[in-house]
Design a protein around this ligand. Structure first.
Ligand code: MG
Length: 370
């Protein structure tokens, strides 16, 4: 079955509240929706989400659109759907980097393959390791009272895992936020922090050590992504396990971080790594090194969330849960059958491919006019 054409569409969906991270505050997510069509009329869907421009990495939804239309689509058109690894290899050979763009295409190919053979994507990836995944919610307001209120409300609904977005302002304020959450929520809450590269090594060591009495499950990406030696230094200086996120995009990154023993946990994301196949390779490196994994997100709609979820339930190395809360933070979704949440978990999706059906009315509503 050959691929006949590819469509891309830019959308923006507001969040339910401002979401602050070390690199800025977002009030909406930018989305690139990708549809890949086969000769029998079936189509597959992929989604790329970035956080307000080239903030998390060099890529944006706008660059992904251009890269796909001008450079990746010609490599994919006319190709046989049963050759996804070979298609990805050619995309990697002909186009450097641009992993979000490649992940969006690869996701649409897997959705299409699943629909063509009436199998969910997780089955194509090896099948289920679990039926549902514990969900982490990100506290990213910065105001202590507002965060306590949000956390209490979620705990009343069975939610237990919270990741506190730090590295925005004064590190002492981050310590106060962590202390207040631990004191108020008690021992049953699972608290983690993510500095999104916001600290230098000295600040990271000082701040994370001061957080040790509040027994965090992990501290994520305290220092800039390029500073692997610094990450290792922080890792050695604290009892809190350090998780690498921005420092690990490719399998080569994962190998480097592993060799330097720079992190004790890996955060996996399909889009930062170029898709399912590359992320599987990173999980394999983690497994070989005895490193557990977590699955992060870029605040996707149910489309991208479903893609991450198919990976997550099929990846045995994921034992620290996931943060696939995108549809809960967005004011609206673009599908008819959103992903399902129960008791602080996200449920395995069903149906062929991603198991997602787009809502064309919503797509028209949030589609960019220019
Ligand atoms: Mg992160």
């Amino acid at each position: 079955m050959n691929i006949t054409h590819i469509e891309t569409l830019l959308l923006d969906i507001p969040t339910i509240r401002p979401h602050s991270m070390s690199f800025g505050t977002i009030n909406a997510v930018n989305i690139l929706l990708i549809r890949v069509y086969a000769e029998n009329g079936l189509d597959g869907i992929g989604e790329v989400v970035t956080l307000g421009g080239p903030t998390w990495s060099e890529e944006t939804v706008e660059t992904a659109k251009v890269i796909i239309e001008r450079y990746l689509a010609p490599l994919v058109l006319g190709k046989n759907l049963l050759r996804i690894e070979a298609i990805v290899e050619e995309m990697d050979r002909r186009v450097k980097g641009n992993l979000f763009a490649k992940a969006g295409i690869e996701c649409a190919l897997f959705d299409l393959l699943g629909k063509a053979y009436n199998l969910p994507v997780y089955a194509l990836l090896g099948g289920k390791c679990r039926e549902r995944v514990p969900l982490s919610w990100s506290l990213a307001i910065g105001d202590i009272e507002a965060e306590l209120e949000e956390a209490r409300r979620l705990m009343a609904r069975g939610h237990r895992i919270f990741k506190i977005k730090t590295g925005v302002g004064d590190p002492e304020h981050d310590i106060e936020r962590v202390a207040a959450l631990r004191t108020t929520l008690g021992e049953s809450a699972d608290l983690r922090i993510d500095a999104n590269q916001g600290w230098d090594v000295a600040t990271a060591i000082r701040t994370i050590r001061k957080m040790e009495p509040y027994y965090l499950t992990f501290a994520e990406q305290p220092v800039p992504r390029w500073d692997i030696e610094g990450l290792a230094e922080v890792s050695r200086a604290t009892t809190i396990p350090i998780m690498a996120d921005e420092s690990i995009c490719t399998p080569q990154d994962a190998l480097r971080v592993t060799r330097q023993r720079a992190a004790r946990i890996f955060s996996l994301k399909l889009t930062k790594s170029g898709g399912f196949l590359a992320t599987k390779k990173i999980a394999a490196i983690a497994e070989a090194a005895g490193i557990p994994c977590y699955v992060g997100c870029m605040i996707e709609t149910s489309v991208g969330t479903a893609a991450y979820l198919h990976f997550t339930i099929s990846a045995r190395q994921v034992s620290y849960g996931c943060e696939l809360f995108g549809p809960l933070l967005l004011q609206d979704d673009i599908v008819i059958n959103p992903v399902r949440y129960t008791e602080g978990h996200i449920e395995a999706p069903e149906g062929p491919g991603l198991g997602i059906t787009l809502d064309e009315t919503k797509i028209r509503k949030y589609c960019r006019s220019s």
